[in-house]
Design a protein around this ligand. Structure first.
Ligand code: ZN
Length: 389
Protein backbone atom coordinates (compact mmCIF):
# COMPACT_ATOMS: atom_id res chain seq x y z
CA UNK A 1 0.00 0.00 0.00
CA UNK A 2 1.44 3.37 -0.94
CA UNK A 3 2.51 5.72 1.77
CA UNK A 4 -0.39 8.12 2.32
CA UNK A 5 0.91 11.55 3.06
CA UNK A 6 -1.07 14.18 4.90
CA UNK A 7 -2.79 16.52 2.48
CA UNK A 8 -4.00 19.91 3.33
CA UNK A 9 -5.63 23.02 2.04
CA UNK A 10 -4.31 25.93 4.00
CA UNK A 11 -6.22 29.01 4.97
CA UNK A 12 -5.26 31.62 7.48
CA UNK A 13 -6.93 31.44 10.86
CA UNK A 14 -7.71 35.13 10.46
CA UNK A 15 -10.30 34.27 7.80
CA UNK A 16 -12.58 32.80 10.43
CA UNK A 17 -12.61 36.15 12.21
CA UNK A 18 -14.01 37.80 9.09
CA UNK A 19 -16.85 35.41 8.55
CA UNK A 20 -20.17 36.78 9.60
CA UNK A 21 -19.00 40.39 9.78
CA UNK A 22 -21.41 41.56 7.11
CA UNK A 23 -18.71 41.74 4.47
CA UNK A 24 -19.85 42.26 0.88
CA UNK A 25 -18.01 40.53 -1.94
CA UNK A 26 -17.42 41.84 -5.45
CA UNK A 27 -18.28 39.87 -8.55
CA UNK A 28 -15.38 38.35 -10.53
CA UNK A 29 -14.38 41.63 -12.21
CA UNK A 30 -13.25 43.18 -8.94
CA UNK A 31 -12.38 46.91 -8.94
CA UNK A 32 -8.67 47.68 -8.83
CA UNK A 33 -7.18 50.19 -6.45
CA UNK A 34 -3.82 51.59 -5.43
CA UNK A 35 -3.51 51.10 -1.67
CA UNK A 36 -1.16 52.65 0.84
CA UNK A 37 -0.65 50.07 3.57
CA UNK A 38 0.85 50.81 6.95
CA UNK A 39 2.33 48.06 9.09
CA UNK A 40 4.97 47.58 11.75
CA UNK A 41 7.44 47.01 8.90
CA UNK A 42 6.73 50.45 7.41
CA UNK A 43 4.59 51.76 4.59
CA UNK A 44 4.14 50.15 1.16
CA UNK A 45 2.05 50.81 -1.93
CA UNK A 46 0.29 47.98 -3.77
CA UNK A 47 -2.01 47.76 -6.76
CA UNK A 48 -4.67 45.19 -5.97
CA UNK A 49 -8.12 43.94 -6.88
CA UNK A 50 -10.59 44.52 -4.04
CA UNK A 51 -12.55 41.30 -3.59
CA UNK A 52 -14.41 41.92 -0.35
CA UNK A 53 -15.06 45.01 1.69
CA UNK A 54 -16.10 44.53 5.32
CA UNK A 55 -18.49 46.92 7.03
CA UNK A 56 -15.67 48.13 9.30
CA UNK A 57 -13.56 49.08 6.24
CA UNK A 58 -11.31 46.01 6.22
CA UNK A 59 -10.49 44.57 2.79
CA UNK A 60 -9.76 41.24 1.16
CA UNK A 61 -7.54 42.02 -1.83
CA UNK A 62 -5.78 40.05 -4.57
CA UNK A 63 -2.20 41.15 -5.23
CA UNK A 64 -0.47 40.98 -8.65
CA UNK A 65 1.26 37.69 -7.75
CA UNK A 66 -2.19 36.08 -7.14
CA UNK A 67 -1.85 36.23 -3.36
CA UNK A 68 -4.86 37.21 -1.26
CA UNK A 69 -4.27 39.51 1.66
CA UNK A 70 -6.65 40.53 4.45
CA UNK A 71 -6.15 44.16 5.43
CA UNK A 72 -7.38 45.48 8.75
CA UNK A 73 -8.98 48.95 8.56
CA UNK A 74 -6.24 50.58 10.64
CA UNK A 75 -3.54 49.43 8.20
CA UNK A 76 -5.11 51.15 5.16
CA UNK A 77 -3.68 54.67 4.92
CA UNK A 78 -5.08 55.63 1.50
CA UNK A 79 -7.16 54.23 -1.38
CA UNK A 80 -7.22 55.37 -4.97
CA UNK A 81 -9.19 53.77 -7.86
CA UNK A 82 -7.19 52.44 -10.82
CA UNK A 83 -8.24 51.92 -14.45
CA UNK A 84 -9.67 48.43 -14.96
CA UNK A 85 -7.16 46.88 -17.34
CA UNK A 86 -4.09 45.68 -15.43
CA UNK A 87 -0.83 45.64 -17.35
CA UNK A 88 -0.31 42.03 -18.41
CA UNK A 89 2.60 40.43 -16.63
CA UNK A 90 4.33 37.57 -18.46
CA UNK A 91 4.77 34.17 -16.79
CA UNK A 92 8.49 34.84 -16.60
CA UNK A 93 7.96 38.18 -14.84
CA UNK A 94 5.57 36.48 -12.42
CA UNK A 95 8.25 33.81 -11.83
CA UNK A 96 10.87 36.48 -11.06
CA UNK A 97 8.48 38.16 -8.64
CA UNK A 98 8.00 34.86 -6.79
CA UNK A 99 11.73 34.05 -6.74
CA UNK A 100 12.29 37.24 -4.77
CA UNK A 101 10.17 35.73 -1.99
CA UNK A 102 11.95 32.32 -1.95
CA UNK A 103 15.24 31.25 -0.36
CA UNK A 104 18.33 31.55 -2.59
CA UNK A 105 19.09 28.93 -5.23
CA UNK A 106 15.68 28.77 -6.93
CA UNK A 107 15.08 28.92 -10.67
CA UNK A 108 11.94 29.22 -12.81
CA UNK A 109 10.48 26.85 -15.37
CA UNK A 110 7.64 28.22 -17.48
CA UNK A 111 5.27 25.85 -19.27
CA UNK A 112 1.99 26.49 -21.06
CA UNK A 113 -0.11 26.86 -17.90
CA UNK A 114 2.41 26.73 -15.04
CA UNK A 115 5.21 28.70 -13.44
CA UNK A 116 7.33 26.17 -11.53
CA UNK A 117 9.90 27.55 -9.07
CA UNK A 118 12.42 24.85 -8.12
CA UNK A 119 15.81 24.20 -6.58
CA UNK A 120 15.77 20.55 -7.68
CA UNK A 121 17.38 19.45 -10.96
CA UNK A 122 15.73 21.03 -13.99
CA UNK A 123 14.83 17.54 -15.27
CA UNK A 124 12.94 16.78 -12.08
CA UNK A 125 11.04 20.07 -12.32
CA UNK A 126 10.26 19.29 -15.97
CA UNK A 127 8.90 15.87 -15.07
CA UNK A 128 6.64 17.43 -12.45
CA UNK A 129 5.51 20.16 -14.86
CA UNK A 130 4.61 17.55 -17.49
CA UNK A 131 2.48 15.81 -14.86
CA UNK A 132 0.75 19.12 -14.01
CA UNK A 133 0.04 19.87 -17.67
CA UNK A 134 -1.42 16.41 -18.11
CA UNK A 135 -3.65 16.88 -15.08
CA UNK A 136 -4.64 20.34 -16.34
CA UNK A 137 -5.85 18.93 -19.64
CA UNK A 138 -7.54 15.86 -18.17
CA UNK A 139 -9.30 17.92 -15.50
CA UNK A 140 -10.71 20.41 -18.04
CA UNK A 141 -11.83 17.64 -20.40
CA UNK A 142 -13.44 15.57 -17.69
CA UNK A 143 -15.55 18.38 -16.25
CA UNK A 144 -16.47 20.01 -19.58
CA UNK A 145 -17.69 16.67 -20.82
CA UNK A 146 -19.70 16.26 -17.61
CA UNK A 147 -21.45 19.58 -18.35
CA UNK A 148 -19.67 21.78 -15.80
CA UNK A 149 -18.87 25.39 -16.78
CA UNK A 150 -15.10 25.46 -16.42
CA UNK A 151 -12.64 27.90 -17.98
CA UNK A 152 -8.91 27.75 -18.60
CA UNK A 153 -7.37 29.44 -15.54
CA UNK A 154 -6.84 33.07 -16.62
CA UNK A 155 -3.45 33.31 -14.87
CA UNK A 156 -0.46 30.96 -14.71
CA UNK A 157 -0.60 28.42 -11.88
CA UNK A 158 2.36 28.63 -9.50
CA UNK A 159 4.12 25.59 -8.00
CA UNK A 160 7.15 25.72 -5.68
CA UNK A 161 9.29 22.57 -5.38
CA UNK A 162 12.07 22.23 -2.83
CA UNK A 163 14.85 19.68 -3.34
CA UNK A 164 15.36 19.26 0.34
CA UNK A 165 12.81 18.39 3.00
CA UNK A 166 14.43 20.49 5.74
CA UNK A 167 14.40 23.68 3.63
CA UNK A 168 10.79 22.91 2.63
CA UNK A 169 9.81 22.54 6.28
CA UNK A 170 11.53 25.77 7.26
CA UNK A 171 9.67 27.61 4.51
CA UNK A 172 6.31 25.83 4.92
CA UNK A 173 6.13 26.27 8.70
CA UNK A 174 4.83 29.81 8.21
CA UNK A 175 1.78 28.31 6.44
CA UNK A 176 1.42 25.01 8.28
CA UNK A 177 2.67 25.67 11.79
CA UNK A 178 3.17 22.52 13.83
CA UNK A 179 1.67 20.29 11.12
CA UNK A 180 4.66 20.83 8.79
CA UNK A 181 6.32 17.50 9.54
CA UNK A 182 3.18 15.57 8.54
CA UNK A 183 2.30 17.51 5.38
CA UNK A 184 4.39 16.71 2.32
CA UNK A 185 2.64 19.11 -0.03
CA UNK A 186 -0.13 21.67 0.16
CA UNK A 187 -2.20 24.15 -1.78
CA UNK A 188 -2.58 27.48 -0.01
CA UNK A 189 -5.83 29.33 -0.74
CA UNK A 190 -4.29 32.68 0.17
CA UNK A 191 -1.13 32.43 -1.98
CA UNK A 192 -2.83 30.29 -4.65
CA UNK A 193 0.37 28.21 -4.77
CA UNK A 194 1.20 24.55 -4.46
CA UNK A 195 4.33 23.95 -2.35
CA UNK A 196 6.08 20.60 -1.99
CA UNK A 197 9.49 18.92 -2.02
CA UNK A 198 11.21 16.10 -3.91
CA UNK A 199 9.79 13.06 -2.14
CA UNK A 200 12.00 10.71 -4.13
CA UNK A 201 15.20 12.39 -2.95
CA UNK A 202 14.60 12.48 0.79
CA UNK A 203 12.20 11.06 3.37
CA UNK A 204 14.65 8.31 4.30
CA UNK A 205 14.65 6.78 0.83
CA UNK A 206 18.00 5.02 0.38
CA UNK A 207 20.08 6.24 -2.54
CA UNK A 208 23.56 5.09 -3.59
CA UNK A 209 26.22 7.23 -1.90
CA UNK A 210 27.05 10.45 -3.70
CA UNK A 211 24.24 10.05 -6.21
CA UNK A 212 21.85 12.96 -6.44
CA UNK A 213 18.41 12.65 -7.95
CA UNK A 214 18.86 13.21 -11.68
CA UNK A 215 15.14 13.40 -12.25
CA UNK A 216 14.73 10.87 -15.03
CA UNK A 217 11.24 9.39 -15.32
CA UNK A 218 12.68 5.92 -14.68
CA UNK A 219 14.48 7.02 -11.55
CA UNK A 220 11.45 8.85 -10.22
CA UNK A 221 8.97 6.05 -10.85
CA UNK A 222 11.14 3.26 -9.45
CA UNK A 223 11.62 5.16 -6.19
CA UNK A 224 9.74 3.64 -3.25
CA UNK A 225 8.20 7.09 -2.75
CA UNK A 226 6.79 7.25 -6.29
CA UNK A 227 3.15 6.50 -5.44
CA UNK A 228 3.10 9.07 -2.63
CA UNK A 229 4.83 11.61 -4.86
CA UNK A 230 2.37 11.27 -7.74
CA UNK A 231 -0.65 11.25 -5.43
CA UNK A 232 0.61 14.39 -3.66
CA UNK A 233 1.37 16.33 -6.84
CA UNK A 234 -1.90 15.42 -8.55
CA UNK A 235 -3.96 15.96 -5.40
CA UNK A 236 -2.64 19.47 -4.77
CA UNK A 237 -2.64 20.42 -8.47
CA UNK A 238 -6.30 19.32 -8.60
CA UNK A 239 -7.16 21.70 -5.75
CA UNK A 240 -5.35 24.49 -7.55
CA UNK A 241 -7.20 23.80 -10.81
CA UNK A 242 -10.55 23.60 -9.02
CA UNK A 243 -10.01 27.01 -7.41
CA UNK A 244 -8.83 28.64 -10.66
CA UNK A 245 -11.11 27.23 -13.36
CA UNK A 246 -14.42 28.48 -11.96
CA UNK A 247 -15.32 25.30 -10.06
CA UNK A 248 -14.89 26.94 -6.66
CA UNK A 249 -13.84 30.42 -5.58
CA UNK A 250 -10.99 30.88 -3.13
CA UNK A 251 -12.19 31.47 0.46
CA UNK A 252 -15.80 30.71 -0.49
CA UNK A 253 -17.55 28.30 1.91
CA UNK A 254 -17.18 25.20 -0.27
CA UNK A 255 -17.64 22.06 1.86
CA UNK A 256 -14.30 20.29 2.34
CA UNK A 257 -15.83 16.93 1.44
CA UNK A 258 -16.37 18.31 -2.08
CA UNK A 259 -12.93 19.79 -2.63
CA UNK A 260 -11.15 16.86 -0.95
CA UNK A 261 -13.48 14.37 -2.64
CA UNK A 262 -12.54 15.74 -6.04
CA UNK A 263 -8.81 15.87 -5.24
CA UNK A 264 -8.84 12.26 -4.03
CA UNK A 265 -10.96 11.23 -7.04
CA UNK A 266 -8.17 12.46 -9.32
CA UNK A 267 -5.05 11.52 -7.32
CA UNK A 268 -4.75 7.75 -7.94
CA UNK A 269 -1.29 7.07 -9.43
CA UNK A 270 -0.54 4.75 -12.34
CA UNK A 271 3.11 3.85 -12.05
CA UNK A 272 3.12 1.76 -15.24
CA UNK A 273 2.85 5.00 -17.15
CA UNK A 274 6.01 7.14 -17.64
CA UNK A 275 4.17 10.19 -16.29
CA UNK A 276 3.02 8.21 -13.26
CA UNK A 277 -0.60 9.09 -13.78
CA UNK A 278 -2.99 8.38 -16.58
CA UNK A 279 -6.59 9.00 -15.88
CA UNK A 280 -9.40 9.90 -13.63
CA UNK A 281 -11.68 7.97 -11.35
CA UNK A 282 -9.60 4.82 -11.00
CA UNK A 283 -10.41 2.97 -7.80
CA UNK A 284 -8.37 4.65 -5.08
CA UNK A 285 -7.45 1.51 -3.21
CA UNK A 286 -5.83 3.07 -0.11
CA UNK A 287 -8.80 5.40 0.38
CA UNK A 288 -11.31 2.58 -0.22
CA UNK A 289 -9.60 0.23 2.24
CA UNK A 290 -9.31 2.99 4.79
CA UNK A 291 -13.00 3.85 4.46
CA UNK A 292 -14.15 0.25 4.93
CA UNK A 293 -11.86 -0.20 7.93
CA UNK A 294 -12.92 2.96 9.76
CA UNK A 295 -16.48 3.83 8.70
CA UNK A 296 -19.11 4.26 11.38
CA UNK A 297 -22.80 4.99 10.80
CA UNK A 298 -23.45 8.70 10.51
CA UNK A 299 -19.90 9.59 9.38
CA UNK A 300 -20.87 10.71 5.88
CA UNK A 301 -23.90 12.69 7.04
CA UNK A 302 -21.60 14.49 9.51
CA UNK A 303 -19.13 15.26 6.72
CA UNK A 304 -21.89 16.78 4.59
CA UNK A 305 -22.98 19.07 7.43
CA UNK A 306 -19.58 20.22 8.68
CA UNK A 307 -15.81 20.31 7.95
CA UNK A 308 -14.91 19.47 11.52
CA UNK A 309 -13.82 15.89 10.88
CA UNK A 310 -11.12 17.10 8.47
CA UNK A 311 -9.69 19.36 11.14
CA UNK A 312 -9.85 16.86 13.99
CA UNK A 313 -6.48 16.02 15.49
CA UNK A 314 -7.49 12.34 15.44
CA UNK A 315 -8.24 10.55 12.25
CA UNK A 316 -8.48 13.26 9.57
CA UNK A 317 -7.56 10.53 7.07
CA UNK A 318 -10.91 8.86 7.87
CA UNK A 319 -12.63 12.00 6.58
CA UNK A 320 -10.54 11.98 3.36
CA UNK A 321 -11.42 8.33 2.79
CA UNK A 322 -15.12 9.05 3.32
CA UNK A 323 -14.94 12.09 1.01
CA UNK A 324 -13.41 9.92 -1.71
CA UNK A 325 -16.07 7.22 -1.25
CA UNK A 326 -18.95 9.71 -1.33
CA UNK A 327 -17.58 11.59 -4.34
CA UNK A 328 -16.78 8.44 -6.26
CA UNK A 329 -20.29 7.12 -5.65
CA UNK A 330 -22.02 10.37 -6.64
CA UNK A 331 -19.92 10.82 -9.80
CA UNK A 332 -20.54 7.21 -10.83
CA UNK A 333 -24.28 7.17 -10.14
CA UNK A 334 -25.47 10.83 -10.32
CA UNK A 335 -23.03 12.79 -12.44
CA UNK A 336 -25.60 15.33 -13.58
CA UNK A 337 -26.81 16.06 -10.04
CA UNK A 338 -23.22 16.26 -8.86
CA UNK A 339 -22.50 18.87 -11.54
CA UNK A 340 -25.61 20.83 -10.50
CA UNK A 341 -24.33 20.72 -6.94
CA UNK A 342 -20.91 22.00 -8.11
CA UNK A 343 -22.59 24.89 -9.95
CA UNK A 344 -24.30 25.81 -6.69
CA UNK A 345 -20.92 25.80 -4.90
CA UNK A 346 -19.27 27.81 -7.71
CA UNK A 347 -21.72 30.66 -7.12
CA UNK A 348 -20.56 31.12 -3.51
CA UNK A 349 -18.51 34.26 -2.89
CA UNK A 350 -15.32 34.63 -0.84
CA UNK A 351 -15.91 34.87 2.91
CA UNK A 352 -19.66 34.24 2.53
CA UNK A 353 -21.53 32.58 5.38
CA UNK A 354 -22.87 29.07 5.52
CA UNK A 355 -24.25 26.75 8.16
CA UNK A 356 -24.77 23.03 8.69
CA UNK A 357 -28.46 23.54 7.83
CA UNK A 358 -27.57 25.35 4.55
CA UNK A 359 -25.19 22.56 3.59
CA UNK A 360 -27.75 19.88 4.26
CA UNK A 361 -30.44 21.76 2.32
CA UNK A 362 -28.17 22.27 -0.72
CA UNK A 363 -27.27 18.58 -0.69
CA UNK A 364 -30.89 17.46 -0.56
CA UNK A 365 -31.91 19.98 -3.23
CA UNK A 366 -29.27 18.60 -5.64
CA UNK A 367 -29.52 14.88 -4.95
CA UNK A 368 -33.17 14.53 -3.94
CA UNK A 369 -32.24 12.31 -1.00
CA UNK A 370 -31.09 12.83 2.55
CA UNK A 371 -27.40 12.48 3.49
CA UNK A 372 -28.38 9.42 5.58
CA UNK A 373 -30.01 7.70 2.61
CA UNK A 374 -27.00 8.37 0.38
CA UNK A 375 -24.66 7.20 3.13
CA UNK A 376 -26.34 3.81 3.22
CA UNK A 377 -25.87 3.47 -0.54
CA UNK A 378 -22.21 4.52 -0.37
CA UNK A 379 -21.38 1.91 2.26
CA UNK A 380 -22.96 -0.86 0.14
CA UNK A 381 -21.32 0.37 -3.06
CA UNK A 382 -17.84 0.52 -1.47
CA UNK A 383 -18.19 -2.99 -0.03
CA UNK A 384 -19.14 -4.23 -3.53
CA UNK A 385 -16.16 -2.40 -5.07
CA UNK A 386 -13.75 -3.95 -2.56
CA UNK A 387 -15.07 -7.44 -3.26
CA UNK A 388 -14.21 -7.01 -6.97
CA UNK A 389 -10.46 -6.95 -6.39
ZN1 ZN B 1 -6.63 18.12 -0.25
Amino acid sequence: MPHLPGFRIVTAAVVAVWLGHGASASEPSAPRERLEIRSAAGQRTVDAAVLVEAVDGGLLVELPDERYELLQPASIAARQPLPDAPSEETSRELGQRILADLPTGFDVLVTRHYVVCFDTSRDYAKWCAALFERLHEAFGNFWSKAGLDVVDPPRPLVVVIFADRRRYEAYASRDLGAATDRVVGYYNLLTNRVTTFDLTGTDGVPRPAGQASSGTAFEILTSPAAAGLVATLVHEATHQMAFNCGMHRRLAPVPLWVSEGIATYFETPDLDNTRGWRGIGKVNRPRLDHFLATHRAGDIATLIASDERFRAAEGPLDAYAAAWSLTRHLVETRKKQFVDYLHMQAAKLPLADDSAADRRREFEASFGQSPEEIEEEVVKAMARLASQR
